[in-house]
Design a protein around this ligand. Sequence first.
Ligand code: NAD
Length: 542
Amino acid sequence: RTEVRNVCCVGAGYVGGPTAAMMALQNPHIRVTVVDRDPARIKQWNSKHLPIHEPGLEEILRIARDGTKAFKFFNEPIRSESFDGMSSASSTTSECESQCGEHREEIIVSARKPNLFFSTEVSKSISEADIVLIAVNTPTKMRGIGSGRATDMTALEAVSREVAIHAKPGAVIVEKSTVPCRTAEMIQDTLKTYRPTLSFEVLSNPEFLAEGTAVTDLLHPARVVIGSSPTPAGYHAASLLTSVYASWVPRSRIVTLNTYSSELSKLVANAMLAQRISSINSISAICEATGASIDEIALSIGLDPRIGSKFLQAGVGFGGSCFKKDILSLTYLAESLGLPEVAEYWNQVLTINDWQRSRFVRRIIKCLNGTVVGKKIAILGYAFKKNTADTRESPSLDAIKSLLDDAPREIAIYDPWCDPSVVRDELARLLGKEILKVNGGPIEVFADVYRACESAHAAVIMTECDEFRKTPASKSPKLAPTKSARKPGLIDPRPFERLEPTESETLSLHKYLKATFNVEDPLGRYENEPVYARRGEEERGE
Ligand code: NAD
């Protein structure tokens, strides 16, 4: 039986980076190389400042990329030995297990030979690999036939050609990107065109991780789906990939399907998740008009095991790079198969999402007596959700654009995960330089939540960041967690109580906002996303 010794992952993005890192961590005997055509991205992966923030990812890289000793928790992201008070435990142990708190299994991984590499040598790495994972971007096509609907296959097609030219005979090619159904056939055709005398197996292995919880999702996947052709060669290729995952994923969770079912299952999974969000959001509008509570409804229906409680939180609508594009891809597929009713059904999920987003902005403006002219609005949360700096399809950006139409004096943005200068650059690129405060425009981006909220007429919480909800947010610098402890991706090793200042010394952000805006509860609470609005005497009355 062939053994896997060398894996190449093409595409060092949100999926390729963490997935390859987890494979390398769990398979010290396999050399894993992540390649990308973007040298800047590879440089970041080879530095301390990773291109993406994921809790636990830095620590995995310490072990697999740098070969340094680190602590690993099976039920939690990984902690490196740089944390105070934890390093002594590892001093004499090469690999041991001990109980560390409830349900936490601590593994101390000793220094080991690095087996994770990041490189721009795409063709060389492909030529050395037993398994080639393709994890490049597959966004929505923005021009030509199918514009705004179909999947843009430019990157995937380019990689398929590279793979067809350089892959070693017998290498297994794996689609990790989310692709339209029957893409494996297209890759096979490319392989046959360039290497007509050889035969390769193409597998589908869609990724189900969610940004912000990528490490936990990869560590404990609900399932790993592997699609292959229903032939002995296809089953053999699937067994090779299975052996890589089986190093840490229970066999019962590794599901093998036919290639096309596997490709389609990723689109369907995202469509079903997005559908739940649009379903509960549509009901939230009925609640607001009737006095029923959407939280109580979510609780009561979620207790039915046939429905379940996940993805039932009403909010400002979904964002991110996947849900919308995958539903568009599904509806395009349905239409091209002559199934307009199916396409229309899934399209409604997107229609409700857009409607919910605009409803939220109308709500903010209504809270402010119908006008934002001359007012300052603080937007808390800029990325598309918590624990990520990814701003693709962010509801915040949509809200900012709509609010700008109503000419506010200032829009103050804060996100604990986003670098203010990166946000400024992005907004200047998307909306024009003149919208920035430095150029006389209304938008300013802050690194401090209190400065963002200072003298604001409304503070709008756009993401469910823990910092907005639970973490004591102190106005007194001496009580705030140190800068290094708050660095994204690291777990603060100090007990929570030690950080918690007394009531008189600080206010939680929610309390701070209530006090600042002089309201008992958020005004215009929009289900789970509150809007705090200041109402001066002159602004009272709707
Ligand atoms: P990304 O844009 O973060 O990363 C893609 C990388 O591929 C980029 O770094 C890009 O430079 C590189 N690339 C493009 N063409 C290349 C080429 N010819 N040669 C070498 N490198 C090339 O994208 P992502 O978010 O990681 O998504 C990748 C795929 O995974 C997509 O199909 C996406 O739908 C799917 N997916 C994403 C998520 C997610 O949460 N982001 C989750 C599951 C699945």
